[in-house]
Design a protein around this ligand. Structure first.
Ligand code: ZN
Length: 292
């Protein structure tokens, strides 16, 4: 199912939006939203997402950071996970996002309301998070449903990092999958051992049928952006990789649904390089295919 989505077949994408409850239905949505017990990734970093869509909590004495909100219907699951770990949603002070698609940003409006957090996003992404509308330059524009608009969104501007309580989250701009995509890198420590953790945005060239990555008025820089983003993630200091779709980082080869697993096996300093190499090969195949 995930693979089908990543290959971007139009037939997968029939959406039903429920007006009464914030919920989006799509063929893989039910699988994506399956529950997953939360677990510690390393140090102050925890996995709080669903089985199919990542969300990460990083705790500090001055307040917590949450990255990504999955689907609208994932928000209560993510909030429950935060509380199961012994933390409180009202202590989440900053919310970040990989990219403004319904499966990573759909739950943010609700999570922001629960926490009162400030949401910080790239200058391109911020207005679409606020409005919930779909960016007309997005390669998937024709497939995408709108999302609930998010309050208290601040644009990143020229900042290279976001800081709170001794934690520094470094910005890695990763446009390509969307024009405003962002990845994040930070250090988490256990005693003297500090590791670089990368939360990578999607690096897949998924689009609607009309879009050409090799050159399209809708988003003329798409190919150059994608190559640059793949290079940026590949070269980032990276001991642990978490991807917006968690299966792509191999997390479920380590953890089961109960959150049990040997987390030492998540440490792999070649993970970002391998993820980047795979994304690059897939993207090159896509460009070749477009030429035919
Ligand atoms: Zn996406």
């Amino acid at each position: 199912m995930l693979r089908g989505w990543m290959l971007g077949t139009a037939s997968l994408l029939s959406f039903l939006s429920c007006a009464e409850a914030a919920s989006i239905d799509c063929k893989p949505c039910e699988d994506w939203n399956e529950d997953q017990a939360p677990f510690r990734i390393f140090g102050d970093t925890y996995y709080v997402g669903t089985r199919g869509l990542s969300a990460v909590l990083i705790v500090t004495p001055k307040g917590h950071v949450l990255i990504d909100g999955a689907l609208p219907q994932s928000a209560p699951i993510i909030a429950r996970h935060v509380e199961q770990l012994g933390f409180e949603m009202r202590d989440v002070k900053i919310i970040l996002n990989s990219h403004v698609h319904f499966d990573h940003a759909g739950g943010l409006a609700e999570l922001q309301k629960m926490s009162g957090a400030k949401v910080i996003a790239s200058d391109i992404a911020a207005p679409f998070l606020r409005s919930g509308t779909v960016d007309s330059s997005d390669p998937q524009f024709r497939h995408l449903p709108p999302i609930p608009g998010v309050n208290n969104v601040e644009a990143l501007g020229e900042r290279q990092s976001v800081r709170i309580g001794g934690l520094q989250l470094n910005v890695i701009h990763t446009p390509g999958h969307t024009p405003g995509g962002t990845s994040w890198r930070w250090k988490s420590c256990e005693r003297e051992r500090c590791l670089d953790i990368v939360y990578s945005d999607s690096l897949s060239a998924v689009s609607d049928d009309a879009f050409e990555y090799g050159g399209d008025k809708r988003y003329p820089n798409a190919a150059a952006d994608m190559f640059a983003s793949i290079a940026a993630v590949s070269s980032a200091p990276c001991d642990i990789l978490i991807t917006a779709h968690p299966a792509l980082a191999g997390i479920w080869a380590v953890f089961d649904e109960q959150g049990t697993g040997d987390r030492a096996r998540l440490v792999d300093s070649s993970a970002c390089k391998r993820y980047g190499a795979k994304a690059k090969a897939q993207f090159e195949r896509r460009l070749e295919h477009e030429k035919k």
